[in-house]
Design a protein around this ligand. Structure first.
Ligand code: HOZ
Length: 427
């Protein structure tokens, strides 16, 4: 038995499903999850010492590749000073100043420890600010696992949202309305029906949790103008796409200014750190200034701040995003060409260092489009690539991530493996 298998069997005795986050269990692709022992640059190695080219990068944070020497040095420099104080530090001020400078829609920011905390807190703040309860989200956008966000659409616009997880009370789900992503008509209809009740609309401007799906510019523009017209708080969940699709996030790419933004992943450089921030008049409603309560023992943790600050410094290097975009484009173009050669229906898309692979003929615009993917083919492709030492996300519903260490040789090796995988799928 391999060490991966032995560890998975052992893990299942004491950890539900053997993993600390469900997608890691490989349930949708089948097979044995790889237990990772170490990583370097674009690679990681599992418990059987197999090397993989890593295209999840911890689901986004590792934009500089694993164990970047300058980030390592920055972390090592502060380790001896203490791991956590539960009191403010200068690094928290520095990271707040950096985030506000890089994303000008953010006038003030509060650090938290995870993306779930960021979105949950931003929504409470929006509700406190507007004194309204209803929130609107979009099908296929994932904003963490807070109760009010694990909701799917009811049978019609005016019916209540339904919980997607056991344990979420219907009484909470009923305050969430779920609409189709990129559907402007549905959005207009919803605002017409109950616009004055909407506290907030939360959206991933580039969705990364139903595979990669871009919002259309028209959809985001409609969202912005309807929220302004009806006094609803527009929240961009940029936990995945922030500092990934461009230095200024999706809001820079689209030129749309949200009221609040949620961040995570890259801002912690691989350590647990996330944030929410935006308009000063809204942020003033947060405790200790205002009546909306939010707190956290590990918020602004000094080790996480050191990793995050150094990461945010390095991604500002001239040409960083141009190179990242070039490498990611090289990957998706190579994969599309390989699939075409083998006559496998396949499409791919990318923005900055984030990409999506779809086993359908076209790039999707909604969750319904994504569900048309040939999942059996994706799973077969995933395993062939894994066997060839390439680790894509173990689900057809996840985006992929490229780091600055994925150079031409790494990308070309991936494409060569994909040529063989597609050829075998077509056979
Ligand atoms: N929520 C992540 C996928 N969109 C997975 C997180 C993890 O397993 O680390």
């Amino acid at each position: 038995m391999s060490r991966n298998q032995a560890l998975f069997e052992r893990a299942q005795l004491t950890i539900p499903g053997g993993v600390n986050s469900p997608v890691r269990a490989f349930r949708s692709v089948g097979g044995t999850p790889r237990f990772i022992e170490r990583a370097q640059g674009p690679y990681f190695w599992d418990a059987d010492d197999q090397r993989y080219i890593d295209y999840i990068g911890s689901w986004g944070p590792m934009i500089l590749g694993h164990v970047h020497p300058e980030v390592l040095e920055a972390v090592q420099r502060v380790l001896g000073n203490g791991f956590s104080f539960g009191a403010p530090t200068e690094a928290e001020v520095e990271i707040a100043e950096t985030i506000c400078r890089l994303m000008p829609s953010i006038e003030q920011v509060r650090m938290v420890s995870s993306g779930t905390e960021a979105t949950m807190s931003a929504l409470r703040l929006a509700r406190g600010f507007t004194a309204r309860s209803r929130i609107v989200k979009f099908e296929g956008c994932y904003h963490g696992h807070a109760d009010s966000l694990l909701v799917k659409a009811g049978s019609g616009l005016l019916t209540f949202g339904n919980p997607t997880s056991a344990g979420v009370p219907a009484d909470i789900a009923k305050h969430t309305t779920v609409l189709e992503y990129n559907n402007i008509a549905a959005l207009e209809e919803a605002f017409k029906a109950f616009g004055n009740e909407i506290a907030s609309v939360i959206v991933e401007p580039v969705a990364g949790n139903m595979n990669l799906v871009r919002a259309t510019p028209e959809f985001l523009a409609a969202l912005r103008s309807l929220c302004s017209e009806y006094g609803a708080v527009l929240i961009f969940d940029e936990v995945m796409c922030g500092f990934r699709v461009a230095l200024g996030g999706a809001q820079q790419v689209y030129g749309i200014t949200p009221d609040l933004t949620c961040l995570g992943k890259v801002i912690g450089g691989g350590m647990p750190a996330a944030a929410f921030g935006g308009r000063r008049d809204i942020m003033a409603h947060l405790a200790p200034l205002g009546g909306v309560y939010q707190a956290g023992t590990l918020s602004g943790n000094p080790i996480a701040m050191a990793a995050g600050l150094k990461t945010l410094e390095l991604i500002q290097a001239p040409g960083f995003y141009e190179r990242l975009t070039t490498q990611t484009t090289r990957l998706v173009h190579g994969l599309v060409a390989a699939a075409r050669e083998a006559k496998v229906p396949f499409a791919a898309d990318s923005l900055g260092g984030m990409f999506g692979l779809y086993f359908t003929g076209k790039v999707p615009e909604s969750f319904a489009d994504v569900t048309k993917s040939d999942i059996a083919r994706f799973n077969a492709f995933f395993h062939k690539m894994l066997d060839a030492g390439v680790y894509f996300a173990p689900s057809a519903y996840e985006a992929g991530f490229v780091s600055s260490t994925h150079d031409d040789a790494v990308i070309d090796a991936t494409v060569a493996a994909a040529q063989r995988a597609f050829a075998a799928l077509a056979a």
